[in-house]
Ligand binder design. Structure first.
Ligand code: PLP
Length: 397
């Protein structure tokens, strides 16, 4: 038999597949896995296991034979429970049979939202530093991501003058995330009102990723979707991954005006059919009986947040107190190192893993993201190694 000719990957792969860079976080953590002595402040997920009663509900649903497809939109009882919860939490009314889809995490909700609005060349504004998937998701759809920087001198808050300057006739949407990954900073009502005014003036859709909204220490969480004139132009994204320590269950939801949700539903029908049935039953239990557990985790995050913020400031790396999520974003510019150099040298000399700020966009340069979704003991040890690293300056030798 004749030998087949060698495969030429570039002949088969799509241009998008070739062009898209691997996630900066993953790339970095491939190194971490080779270091067993390493303390990681890098993970972007709760260190808590899913509360047992939630896991049990998923297990019982399998035992009871609920292992089939659910309606494309998701289980009706879960949708109903969710719209009730959303009404209580952020005071927006959604119709469970028209304005919501249960998705495989916020990740899928975001993908559906972007697919339903982007034509090639359309611009979506993101606020860097931001979650690594935003730019990639927009660009995989041949959209153009336009980064508006948020800067440390302005506490990483959105500057609405810079935002307005970035808007062009091709701008379709703004993508917000509050509290933010990686800075932990949230957006208050006054600032949201200013952003809403701009969205209405320029007729833009707002994608509002509020995945960290229940891990919010700043007081009441306000959603931009609840502001006058915004419900009809906002796609509200949320999920169970962070709030209920359910990252592996892959469960989220997306709400919005019917014209957007019905378009997303068509895409969902062809690409996913439905979210996993057992995860939907687990989520129902999380909504009905999970509040105490969520509160327990938040209390622990607050304790760790205060500890890590003090620790960084004592190590002379200025660190803001975050409003929510489980990240701090200390400023490492005083070391003279880039954030990538800092992270690599810290890993090499002290076996502590952090994420370089530049992976979240150029505006993250000069900072590192540290997650406090790990034990106080780990945080204490990591901080003591970081303090020694900053004092010893091993990079000067
Ligand atoms: N949005 C933000 C801001 C995140 O930080 C993450 C995960 O880290 C996601 C979305 C993805 O969430 P999910 O697990 O619901 O897909």
């Amino acid at each position: 038999m004749k030998e087949s000719p060698p495969i030429k990957p570039e002949k088969y792969l799509s241009e998008t597949g070739i062009k898209i860079p691997p996630s900066g976080i993953r790339e970095f953590f491939d190194i971490v896995y080779t270091r067993p002595d390493c303390i990681s402040l890098g993970v972007g997920e709760p260190d808590f296991d899913t509360p047992w009663r939630i896991s049990d509900s998923g297990i019982y649903s399998i035992k009871d034979g609920y292992t089939h497809y659910t309606p494309n939109r998701g289980l009706p009882e879960l949708r109903e429970a969710l719209v009730k919860k959303i009404k209580q939490f952020i005071n927006i009314s959604y119709d469970p049979s028209a304005d919501i889809i249960i998705t495989m995490g916020v990740s899928q909700g975001l993908d559906l939202a972007l697919r339903s609005i982007i034509n090639p060349g359309d611009e979506v504004i993101i606020f860097e530093p931001c979650y690594v998937s935003y730019k990639a998701n927009i660009e995989m759809l041949h959209g153009v991501s336009i980064a508006v920087d948020t800067i440390p001198q302005e506490d990483f808050q959105i500057n609405t003058e810079r935002l307005e300057r970035a808007i062009t006739p091709r701008t379709k949407a703004l993508l917000l995330n509050y509290p933010s990954n990686p800075t932990g900073i949230s957006i208050n009502k006054t600032k949201l009102e200013e952003i809403a005014k701009i969205a209405i003036k320029h007729d833009l859709i707002v994608l509002s990723d509020e995945i960290y909204s229940s891990i919010n220490y700043a007081g009441e969480h306000v959603s931009i979707a609840s502001l006058p004139g915004m419900r009809e132009r906002t796609i509200y994204l949320n999920g169970f991954s962070k709030s209920h320590a359910m990252t592996g269950w892959r469960l989220g939801y997306v709400c919005g005006p019917e014209f957007l949700i019905s378009t997303m539903l068509k895409i969902h029908q062809y690409t996913a059919l439905c979210a996993p049935s057992m995860a939907q039953y687990a989520a129902l239990e999380a909504l009905e009986n999970g509040d105490k557990e969520v509160q327990r985790m938040i209390t622990e995050y607050i304790r760790r947040r205060n500890f890590i913020v003090n620790g960084f400031n004592e190590a002379l790396l200025p660190c803001r107190t975050p409003d929510g999520a489980f990240y701090v974003f200390p400023d490492i510019r005083s070391t003279g190192l880039s954030s990538r150099e800092f992270a690599l040298k810290l890993l090499d000399s002290k076996s502590v893993a952090v994420v370089p700020g530049n992976v979240f966009g150029n505006a993250g340069e000069g900072h590192i993201r540290c997650s406090y979704a790990t034990s106080i003991e780990n945080i204490r040890e990591a901080l003591s190694r970081i303090e020694a690293f900053v004092k010893e300056r091993p990079w000067d030798f």
